[in-house]
Design a protein around this ligand. Structure first.
Ligand code: SAH
Length: 220
C-alpha cells in the first residue's frame, strides 16, 4: 500500500489547517489539546479524493451510503466535552463512519472501541487506521445502540449518530465518573447532551443544538 500523504498539498496544506483551527478558536473551542489534534489529524485522508480540497473547510461532507463526516467544529466540541476533566483510558464510539473522530480520539492515546452498522464503511475505516498506524483502535461491525457489553464499563462513550432517546444500554455501560456525549432527538431538533455517571445516578446537561444522521437499529 502507498505511503499516505500526511501533510497534504495545496488546499490540504498546513495553511488550510491553520485557518480551520483559527475558525474553531473563534467559534469558542478553548482546549489547546483539541485544537492541536484537529491541526494534526489528516482529514483529507478520510474523504474521497474528489473532496480532498474541501477537507479543511468547517463543514460536514458526504462519505457515501447516505452518511457524512462530521463538521470539524462538532468533532472538536464533542472531544472537548469528553476530555475536559482528564483524558479517559477507554472510550466507546458509536458510528465509526469514515473513522475521523475515532482517529482524533486514538491520537490522544485513548483505547478506542468503535462500532459501525454499515460494513463497507468500517472496512474502509480500518484501512485508514492501518495506514496511520493507529493500533489502539478496536472496531466492530454491529448495532452500537446496544453498546459493547463485553468491554464495559467505559470511561467515556461518544455517539456520532442521534437516537430519539438516550439508549439505556449505553448509559449503563459507563463506569462511575464516566461521561456519555451524544446527540439526541429527531432530525431538525437534536440536543447535544453530556451525561455523567455519579455514585448516585446520572447528571445530564445540554451543550448545544446539533444536526446528526439518525442512529438506526440493526446492520447493513
Ligand atoms: N464519526 C464520524 C461520523 C459518522 S456519521 C466522523 O468522524 O465523521 C454517523 C455514523 O453512524 C454513520 O456511519 C452511520 O452508519 C452510523 N450509525 C448509525 N446508527 C448506528 C448504530 N446503531 N450503530 C453503529 N453505527 C451507527
Amino acid at each position: 500500500m502507498q505511503k499516505p500523504d500526511l501533510r497534504g498539498i495545496g488546499m490540504t496544506s498546513q495553511r488550510a489547517r491553520d485557518r480551520l483551527v483559527e475558525q474553531l478558536r473563534e467559534m469558542g473551542i478553548r482546549s489547546e489539546i483539541v485544537l492541536e489534534l484537529i491541526r494534526g489529524t489528516p482529514r483529507h485522508l478520510f474523504v474521497d479524493e474528489a473532496l480532498a480540497s474541501r477537507a479543511y473547510d468547517n463543514t460536514a461532507l458526504p462519505i457515501g451510503h447516505n452518511q457524512t463526516i462530521s463538521q470539524p467544529y462538532i468533532v472538536a466540541r464533542m472531544t472537548e466535552a469528553l476530555i475536559e476533566t482528564g483524558i479517559p483510558g477507554t472510550v466507546l464510539e458509536i458510528g465509526t463512519g469514515c473513522g475521523y473522530q475515532t482517529a482524533v480520539l486514538a491520537r490522544l492515546g485513548i483505547k478506542v472501541y468503535t462500532i459501525e452498522r454499515i460494513e463497507a464503511l468500517i472496512q474502509r475505516a480500518r484501512e485508514r487506521f492501518r495506514l496511520l498506524q493507529l493500533d489502539n483502535i478496536v472496531s466492530r461491525h454491529g448495532d452500537g445502540s446496544l453498546g459493547w457489553a463485553d468491554q464495559a464499563p467505559f470511561d467515556g462513550i461518544l455517539a456520532t449518530a442521534a437516537p430519539v432517546g438516550v439508549p439505556g444500554m449505553l448509559r449503563s455501560q459507563l463506569g462511575i465518573g464516566g461521561r456519555l456525549i451524544l446527540p439526541v432527538g429527531r432530525s431538525g431538533e437534536q440536543a447535544l447532551l453530556r451525561i455523567m455517571r455519579t455514585p448516585d445516578g446520572y447528571e445530564q446537561q445540554q451543550l448545544d443544538w446539533v444536526s446528526f444522521v439518525p442512529m438506526l437499529e440493526g446492520t447493513s
